[in-house]
Design a protein around this ligand. Structure first.
Ligand code: ATP
Length: 435
């Protein structure tokens, strides 16, 4: 099968030009060059190729250096892994990328179950066999007149056509238990089935999950929480009993599913409305995913889970905050705007935003949503300089007065600058107390 025309149709002209330059350089050095893995899978499924990761059967670093010598730009290399990044000269940069990754074909072996692999330069055959699933083993040859030729050593095309996620060998999940999470992610993302024989390998690998480092398991969960249908993936993980072995506090129920549906709203907003982006306050969708998923946990559960997963400091602070706010939602009912602001200001913004999505009672929702979109920006017109000009002695009293003015704006007590000035005057010269 030749995918030349498919490649040409789906790559941007700049990407295609780059591919040909790399292919020419590889041919001249006599090195087979491939595009392999997720990009080929997505190309065949009809989606755009995001990253042009190229695999060379030979020395990728030497190839990258030859390209930079001929066309400009510079190269950084990881000699240990045989990988190189070519920082493209201006005229070769594309809209989607300023670099091109070149990787030497490698073999990966596992000293013991769940260990990190031992990586060695290897053949293309090794590189294909180190992979997680057959659908990720497809490769397209790029050098010479074989440009576009599909290499399908392990039946990846059949599985892709039939929608099957299948490991390459019976020890795959034991070697790397993160693959069980990847299997669920691909299956739910594409509406594929996990092959029966692959499912039967889960029980023997399940006890190895506890051996995975915090960073590795959290990375897989991050990837899941980046997906638009994260809820379906977590539900499937729960069904396959792959959440509790990470930590007993990790469960999945209907209310969690419902909360995670708000990831769609957030993604919609991210793409459609500039309000989140222009403020430079975007949070990673996976962080919002964690917050929506786990807000019903107690403080103690969050803390215990952190011992296993080592959340980033920001995410951990937000997880504690959502847990507190979610449990105390009813206490936000009937508050004046200034009272909402006062309480919410002490929490991380991401946490407030997450509870705003999840809150069901419209009175609670209003408090959170209005705070995020409007109230937190409201400031009095007058400032410290104005108070100084009016002869108010500098000191802690400034903050008290300015907060009082801000609250008056928030609660609609003042609506114009003149009204604000009048209020200030009343605050500075209170009417004499009647005797
Ligand atoms: P995605 O669309 O989720 O980014 P991808 O296939 O591009 O999918 P990457 O995580 O970028 O995924 O990995 C690139 C390739 O490396 C995969 O297609 C797969 O062949 C291989 N790979 C990644 N993780 C593993 C793993 N844990 N075990 C074996 N092979 C892996």
């Amino acid at each position: 099968m030749n995918l030349k025309s498919r490649l040409e149709a789906s790559l941007a002209p700049g990407q295609l030009r780059l591919l040909h330059l790399a292919a020419d350089a590889a041919s001249q050095s006599g090195l087979p060059l491939y595009i392999i893995g997720g990009s080929v899978r997505d190309l065949i499924l009809g989606s755009a190729i995001q990253d042009l990761d190229l695999t060379v059967e030979g020395d990728a670093i030497a190839l990258a250096r030859a390209l930079a010598k001929r066309h400009g730009g510079r190269v950084t290399a990881h000699t240990k892994f045989g990988t190189a990044k070519w920082f493209l000269p201006k005229d070769l940069q594309t809209e989607s990328s300023e670099t091109l990754d070149l990787i030497s074909a490698r073999s990966e072996t596992y000293k013991h179950p769940a260990a990190l692999p031992t990586v060695k330069m290897g053949s293309m055959d090794d590189d294909i066999r180190r992979r997680d699933f057959t659908i990720n083993t497809l490769a397209i040859r790029l050098d010479g007149d074989r440009f576009g030729e599909l290499r399908d050593d392990l039946g990846g095309m059949d599985d892709l056509k039939q929608g099957i996620v299948r490991v390459l060998h019976a020890k795959s999940f034991m070697d790397d238990p993160t693959r069980m999470y990847r299997a669920v992610r691909y299956a739910e993302r594409y509406g594929f089935k996990i092959a029966e024989e692959t499912l039967t390998l889960i029980p023997q690998a399940r006890p190895l999950i506890e051996k995975l480092s915090a960073q590795r398991i959290r990375h897989e969960l991050d990837l899941i929480l980046e997906e638009w249908n994260a809820a379906a993936m977590l539900a499937r993980l729960a069904e396959l009993d792959l959440l509790q072995p990470i930590h007993p506090a990790l469960t999945f129920d209907e209310s969690m599913r419902e909360r995670l549906s708000h990831l769609h709203t957030y993604r919609g907003l991210q793409h459609l409305s500039p309000w989140n982006i222009t403020r430079g306050e975007q949070m990673r969708p996976s962080d919002l995913g964690w917050l929506l998923w786990l807000m019903s946990l107690s403080q103690e559960q969050v803390s215990a889970l952190n011992d296993r997963l080592h959340f980033t400091a920001d995410l951990l602070a937000s997880l504690f905050a959502v847990s507190k706010m979610y449990a105390a939602q009813s206490s936000f009912i009937g508050l004046k705007p200034s009272q909402c602001v006062e309480r919410l200001e002490s929490y991380p913004l991401a946490a407030v935003e997450a509870v705003g999505y999840a809150a069901k009672d419209p009175r609670v929702k209003e408090c959170f949503d209005e705070y995020i979109s409007k109230w937190r920006y409201i400031k009095p017109h007058l400032n410290g300089d104005d108070l100084k000009a009016l002869g108010v002695e500098p000191g802690p009293r400034y903050a008290v007065i300015l907060r009082r003015l801000r609250n008056a704006w928030l609660d609609g007590e003042v609506k114009t600058e003149a009204e604000e000035k009048a209020l200030l005057k009343a605050l500075l010269d209170p009417p004499p107390a009647s005797t």
